[in-house]
Design a protein around this ligand. Sequence first.
Ligand code: OGA
Ligand code: MN
Length: 271
Amino acid sequence: MKSLTETACPLDLQQASEAAFLQAKTQKISASLSSESTVLDSSVSASANQNIYPAVASPISIEDEQIFEQIALDLLSKGYCVLPKALPLEICDALHFHMVNMPEYKFTEASIGRKLDNQQNAKIRNDEIAWINGESPAGQKWLQWTHALQMYLNRRLFLGLFSFESHFAHYAPGHFYKRHFDAFKGETNRILSLVTYLNPSWEAQMGGELQIYENTGDESGLKVLPEYGTLCVFLSEEFEHEVKPATAHRYSIAGWFRVNTSTAEKVDPPA
Ligand code: OGA
Ligand code: MN
């Protein structure tokens, strides 16, 4: 194990200009995305989903550091990153065991945050979710790992990521989440979306792909199978995406890094 601080080096000029590029890209992207007709997932109420046990900083392994660096590089060059077997196996196993053993009452029907009734919501998504607040050892491991990623990306790319919220999602066979953005500029402060999968033996014919679209005209998209430990990270305001129906139960975790938009009048997240 090598600690992050031991390997820290000051950002050089090239890194600084890469980071400026990413920020400019994020701004340009978000300016071009406001469209009323598009589905937006803004279901998250910051106050309701705060982690009750704050993640503590812990040293990261060389393997994790390599993964974090790959995410940073892909975000800079493409705005998204898809990495198979990226989440450490020990964390996958803990989360998988925890999720499949969670009692049904812990899950609630997901909604999309617009003022829609349950029936309208169910036409857009019909998965069930449970927020991860760090009550369980598995949830804590996950929050520590994502916190380390948050710190790495902040240092490497100056993203100013301030908080993280995430939930387990269970898609029963045939269930889906139609094409949507996770964030729009002006409506939310979600910056980066992160998804990982907890399906130990997924096969292509089972379907259930996450389809990530490059732009609004893109109809084919990049297809990601929900395989154990695959990690997808993408700019929330840039990439529309959708979850295709599967023939088997599909387990995932979706999370969002947010920036702090507090002002003197409005504290974010609300107390
Ligand atoms: C979401 C989402 C993707 C997936 O929950 O917003 O897009 O593959 N999830 O589960
Ligand atoms: Mn989404």
